[in-house]
Design a protein around this ligand. Structure first.
Ligand SMILES: [Zn+2]
Length: 147
């Protein structure tokens, strides 16, 4: 991937993208939404709201696709692929992994929501744990394919 063809080269770094969420008020719950700032930044998105209508607008630094209307169970990498299947930031081997991960992730998430309604805090802790496990496995699989 060459960063020369990125639409927003100033957002090439993960940390720059993550920081874009800190500066402004991201409207969704960072603990219960799969599309957390970390997950969005990891799949190429930075935060670029357009008030008053598009308060959760995210833009891919590479292909420039912008997405709004995030829902609790939306999986950032999947949505990125659906709306911009030819994005150079999303490599071919990862594309084939997405449906599997999305399926596993949503299944875990839905089970959690059904089983753990005791306290909001309890549920959020478990969702955070699942998210870490899934991200860890994503990085494991991708690290063997990237230089
Ligand atoms: Zn993209």
């Amino acid at each position: 991937m060459s960063n020369k063809s990125a639409k927003h080269p100033q957002m090439t770094s993960y940390h720059a993208r993550l920081a874009s969420f800190d500066k402004k008020s991201w409207p969704h719950n960072k603990d219960t939404f799969i599309a957390s700032p970390q997950a969005l930044a990891e799949t190429g998105f930075f935060y670029d709201p357009r008030p008053p209508s598009f308060l959760d607008r995210c833009v891919c630094f590479y292909c420039g696709v912008s997405l709004v209307g995030w829902e609790q169970t939306d999986f950032p990498r999947h949505e990125h692929l659906v709306h911009s299947p030819n994005c150079g930031f999303l490599e071919q081997p990862k594309k084939r992994q997405i449906p599997k991960f999305q399926q596993i992730y949503r299944q875990h998430f839905n089970e959690l929501r059904q089983k753990h309604r005791e306290t909001e805090r309890d549920s959020q802790e478990k969702v955070g744990l699942i998210r870490e496990i899934v991200f860890a496995s994503l990085f494991e699989e991708s690290s063997s394919q990237e230089p």
